[in-house]
Ligand binder design. Structure first.
Ligand SMILES: C[S@@+](CC[C@H](N)C(=O)[O-])C[C@H]1O[C@@H](n2cnc3c(N)ncnc32)[C@H](O)[C@@H]1O
Length: 272
C-alpha cells in the first residue's frame, strides 16, 4: 500500500470506469467470489421470514437483476400463491433492460415487475414496499442520510430497509487510495452507512457480516480495475496485484489463498 500511495502522490485522479466497463468488471469480479451466493442465501432467508400474503420489494441499484430474479421467483412460488411486486432502479440502461428480461423470463403470472432507468433520487417510484434493498449501491449516492430517510419513507409498516455495503477492509482500502471521486464525494462504505443511520435519527437492528472470499485465480485487468473502481495504468496493475496477494489469507481447511471479501448487512425496520 505504501508503494501505491507513493506512486499516486501528486498525480491527477485516475479515470473512472465507464458504465459498460463497470458492469463487465462487476460480473467478472463477482464470478471470482462466493459473496453473491452468501447474499442470495441471506436475502432468501430474510424474505422467507416475512410470511404469507402480498409482498413488494424495491431493489435500488439493481444492476442486471441476476441477484433479484431468484428472489422474485422464490417470493412468487410460495403456496398459496400471492401477488408479488418487484421494482428495480438503476441509472444504467443496459442493466435495467437485462433486469426486465430476467424478470420476464421467470414467466410468473403473479409477479409484477417494473424497472426505472434512473438514479434513486430521480426514479419515479410509486407506492410503498415491504422491503427496500441497496445491494452494493449505497457507495454512489450523493448523501447517505438523506437517501436512508427517503428509502425509509417508502416502507410499509413493519417494512425493512436492507443496505448491503462493504466495510473499509483490506480490499476496499484500494478504493480509498485509487478511485476517483463520484460526483465530488468519495465512495461511502459500511462505517458511512452506520454514520448516516445515526444522522438520520434511525435505530438500526444488529448489523450482520457475511464473510465472502475473493479468489485471485484468473483475475484479469477488468477485475483489478473493478476492485479499485478506476482504470488502472499498466504501471499500477502489478502493484495492485502484489498488494492483493499480500493481504490474501489461507482457508483454514483447504489452505487455498483468498482475499477477504466481507459485506455488512444494515437493517432499518419501520414501526408497525
Ligand atoms: C456493484 S453494482 C450492484 C448491482 C446489483 N445490486 C448486484 O448486486 O448485482 C452497483 C449498481 O448501482 C448502480 N448505481 C450507481 N449509482 C446509483 C444511484 N445513484 N442510484 C441507483 N443505482 C445506482 C450502478 O449502475 C450499478 O448497477
Amino acid at each position: 500500500m505504501d508503494e501505491l500511495r507513493s506512486a499516486r502522490r501528486g498525480q491527477p485522479a485516475l479515470p473512472p470506469l465507464a458504465p459498460d466497463t463497470y458492469a463487465r468488471g462487476h460480473a467478472a469480479f463477482e464470478a471470482l467470489s462466493d459473496q453473491r451466493a452468501l447474499i442470495g442465501r441471506h436475502l432468501s432467508a430474510r424474505l422467507a421470514g416475512r410470511g404469507a400474503g402480498p409482498v413488494s420489494l424495491l431493489s435500488v441499484g439493481c444492476g442486471d437483476g441476476s441477484l433479484d430474479a431468484p428472489q422474485a421467483a422464490a417470493l412468487a412460488d410460495v403456496s398459496p400463491a400471492r401477488p408479488v411486486r418487484y421494482v428495480g432502479v438503476d441509472p444504467y440502461e443496459p442493466s435495467t433492460a437485462a433486469f426486465a428480461a430476467a424478470m420476464a423470463a421467470l414467466g410468473r403470472d403473479n409477479l409484477t415487475a417494473e424497472v426505472h432507468t434512473a438514479t434513486f433520487a430521480e426514479a419515479p417510484v410509486g407506492g410503498a414496499f415491504d422491503v427496500v434493498t441497496f445491494v452494493h449501491s449505497m457507495y454512489y449516492v450523493p448523501d447517505v442520510a438523506a437517501t436512508l430517510r427517503a428509502a425509509h419513507d417508502l416502507l410499509l409498516p413493519r417494512g425493512e430497509l436492507l443496505v448491503l455495503s462493504a466495510p473499509r477492509g483490506a480490499l476496499n482500502l484500494l478504493v480509498d487510495v485509487l478511485a476517483p471521486p463520484v460526483d465530488e464525494h468519495r465512495q461511502w462504505f459500511s462505517d458511512d452507512i452506520a454514520a448516516g443511520v445515526a444522522a438520520a435519527g434511525a435505530t438500526p437492528e444488529e448489523t450482520v457480516t457475511l464473510e465472502g472470499r475473493l479468489s485471485l485465480d484468473g483475475a484479469g485487468d477488468e477485475v483489478l480495475d473493478f476492485a479499485v473502481q478506476a482504470r488502472l495504468t499498466p504501471e499500477l496493475r502489478p502493484l495492485v496485484r502484489a498488494y492483493l496477494e499480500a493481504v490474501s489469507v489461507a482457508c483454514p481447511t483447504s489452505g487455498v489463498l483468498h482475499v477477504p471479501h466481507p459485506v455488512d448487512v444494515h437493517c432499518l425496520r419501520r414501526a408497525a
